[in-house]
Design a protein around this ligand. Sequence first.
Ligand SMILES: NC(=O)c1ccc[n+]([C@@H]2O[C@H](COP(=O)([O-])OP(=O)(O)OC[C@H]3O[C@@H](n4cnc5c(N)ncnc54)[C@H](OP(=O)(O)O)[C@@H]3O)[C@@H](O)[C@H]2O)c1
Length: 437
Amino acid sequence: MVDILVVGATGYTGHLITRYFAVHRERDSFKLGIAARSKAKLDRLVSELNLSNIQPFTVDVTNDGSIKALFDEARPRVVLSTVGPYIKWGKPLARACAHNGVHYVDITGESPFVKDLIIELDFLATKTKSILIPSCGLDSVPSDAIAYLAAQTLRSALKTMHEYSLENVGIAESHTRIAVKGGMSGGTASSVLNMVETLSRKDLMYSQTPDYLSPVKVRSPQRLKFVSSLPIVRPKRYGGIFFLIPYNISVVQRTRGLFTLYADKFDKDGDGEDLPAYAEDYSYTELWAASNRFTAFFLSLSIAMGGACLLLFPPLRWLARKILPEPGQGPSDEALEKGSLNMHNISISTPLSTTGKPIVIESHLHGRGDPSYTLTAVMASEVALSLLTPQEKLPLLARKGGVLTTMTALGPILLKRLSASGRFEMESSVRDDGTIE
Ligand SMILES: NC(=O)c1ccc[n+]([C@@H]2O[C@H](COP(=O)([O-])OP(=O)(O)OC[C@H]3O[C@@H](n4cnc5c(N)ncnc54)[C@H](OP(=O)(O)O)[C@@H]3O)[C@@H](O)[C@H]2O)c1
């Protein structure tokens, strides 16, 4: 029996994940297995990384019989899949996990795939107690984490202010400015192009809406603007739009929606677990960092025009496939180490009944290494390791099972693990209202 099975280990990101696990500080405490479709590539990986005590398995994830044979032989507790595009190849493996009560982790950024998992597998997974957590990479762990951190900081602050009812005050609006330095792999390029090619324009537009994945309606969505800035912070910090933003928003709103849906369970079965303070009218937005309002405008314009051209002109997609890296390729080790992630979040609560003023929370998240690959490998691996926590010690919503987000399933456990990895730093605190410098 293996504790964690990495499927797609011979791919670009799968290789980074396998390497991270191979030298992990807790390596002696879990059994690792690796799987992919090519035995020759697996053998090469085993000898390159000197993977003694790691069992390789061959599998074709498009074939149910092959997946069954893999599950019979490996008997995994957690499957971590990096086989994408997920819309094309992801479902059979996730389905096998849900049927067999195995936990499932992936790094998809393809929202229609996640919507499909929710519709087809959420209920089944609550019956088998399987926890399915899609999107455990750059999309969308950091966004989910920083929004959750702010909501937990508010909850802790309110607990010390006895005059306020915890039910009535929550984060009303949350804004994250994101600065990313990093590259792109062939698998990512292929997944983005595959989504544009296979979905109708209507489905693609629908998949970009804030409540696409949430079980409850988003009542006050914020419109994405070509040029925006963080509220309250001076001098102004500007940003524009980027491809990842709509998906990050829908994941954060799924977290908020699941907490809202199961709110009454926290008093009954939560054993003192805190319900993060998201307000009913919670809105979340992001801006992609730009140095001033002009660069923000040109960033947004180029993203909007680039996206429209890819959608409307098939020859451009053909050209993109020629120019962008091929599946299996990605940035060099040296380039990966030069990457970084910096997030700055300002969250504003509903007004307090006594003063009529809100509480302002400022949070920061820093990541060292390429966000899409080095940090994605750390995040997805630490999610998989978190899922080895004994069932009774997992947070309330994880004990229920189903298709969850990283913060609903693992909030405090995962944040602690990410900080312990040495790749992430996070801080969050209440600020006096007024300007933040
Ligand atoms: N969310 C994020 O931030 C993030 C970050 C990185 C990557 N991703 C996503 O992760 C996915 C993988 O990216 P990548 O660059 O690592 O891709 P990649 O290098 O092409 O790797 C894909 C892996 O899947 C395996 N595979 C393909 N078809 C298979 C099948 N039928 N059965 C079993 N294994 C199969 C490949 O095996 P072979 O070696 O035999 O081809 C390879 O090991 C993409 O969807 C990408 O968008 C997301």
